[in-house]
Design a protein around this ligand. Structure first.
Ligand SMILES: [Zn+2]
Length: 61
């Protein structure tokens, strides 16, 4: 899992959910310098929505 963790050198959004009953967690690092993390299914969903709208591939256009 450590290999998938995004870093400023390798930006991205990584979501993990160890098991169906465990809460999801997410960590995101953007090439613009922003970073965010969230734990819990609802929080992760909110993070992903905001991230896709304002960071990640939304920058490249
Ligand atoms: Zn960004």
């Amino acid at each position: 899992m450590a290999d998938l963790t995004p870093t400023p050198d390798r930006p991205g959004l990584h979501i993990s959910k160890p098991s169906p009953s465990a809460p999801a967690s997410a960590k995101a690092v953007c090439h613009c310098g922003a970073s965010a993390s969230a734990t819990g299914d609802t929080q992760v969903a909110t993070l992903v929505t905001g991230w896709n709208a304002h960071h990640g591939t939304a920058h490249g256009k």
